[in-house]
Design a protein around this ligand. Sequence first.
Ligand code: ADP
Ligand code: MG
Length: 389
Amino acid sequence: MGRLFRDESVFDIEYVPERLPHRGKQLEELMNVFAPIVEQPGRIARRVLVIGDIGTGKTVTTKRFGQLIEEEARKRGVRVFYAHVNCQRLRGSFFHVLLTAMRRLRPGFPDRGYAPHELFMSLMNALDEEDAHIIITLDDAEALIKKDGSGPLYDLSRAHEDQLEGRRRLSLICVVRDRKKIDALNEATKSTLMEYVICMPKYTEDQLFDILADRVRLGFYEEAIREDVVRFVARLSAERGDARFAIELLWRAGKLAESEGKREVMPEHVRKALMRVWPIPRDVVIGLPTQAKLILLALAREFQMTDEPYLRMGELKDTYRAICEEFGVRPLRHTQIWKYVRELADRGVISAEPSGPGTRGRTTFIGLRVPAEELRKMMEEELSKELGV
Ligand code: ADP
Ligand code: MG
């Protein structure tokens, strides 16, 4: 039995956690915008546009909203259905959007024999029969726009245009990554879709840490991963601000530790996992000057011996000097070493951060972004060739 994972399903991309750190505001906004749907059923329909980069929580937040609004409606005895449609997966066909929506009301509804506009009519009729409201989320709506143009969005967003009296039964949430895709639509569709706009900014390092910490609690056994290692994962994902990347990195690191029969996830597992998504830029590393290689070898050896995610500049220098002696090379002075460290950081092989405000003195913390073991072998091989040792 695995000793690391308590519940691996929480790392699944489909998993919808109860708590969504740092998306409380957006969730509340959605609930507020749609409050009239449950408070005054039939009076109003809404159209909302959700915009954000990959991994900013667009899918999970709208899905969680769907659960909450259905719950709220149930409490009040109002019929509200939430249909989440992944347009990418349905290869962007309008017919499938409608079919997914229809099946929320009529499970097992047949998938043939209808043209889209007929299916649309059937859906509206079914909503009347049930006295229900449906909120359709078109997730990754770009795919739908790409395939069928703005027609479907136009139809859906104007479902109630020509009825003045009728009850409002269909609301729309459009989820897109790129605002430009919306700008390309015709004016009429654009203006209706943009009635409400909700933005999902990229996550910061601290926010990613909070998201990861929740998954760690749910998914790992206690003491399976240290807090500073979780922070290391957040740090490595912060450039992208992408929670999907961060969660996947965490999970892969866990899988690696598990496959090695370990009880704890270590920084080296994280670096190895990172390399699966982001391999060592071999030609970049091979092409480096000899001194940079000596510095990298020092780092690789240090990180192979420690389970800390970061190293102080002073520790690096000591090991570096020992390695210079081993290879019979004159060591560089501090400022020169520093120059190479900066260059390696620019190339993304290592990270170099000044110590935080809480720490005393001023030293630089260096982190490695590639597995120490692999880097050590590569550098030893290269340096022996170059220096003939
Ligand atoms: P998007 O749809 O914007 O690409 P997702 O909603 O699919 O992003 O989120 C990517 C991953 O990160 C999913 O596993 C999701 O559960 C998780 N996630 C994103 N934001 C949060 C958050 N605020 N709290 C918890 N998990 C989150
Ligand atoms: Mg998504």
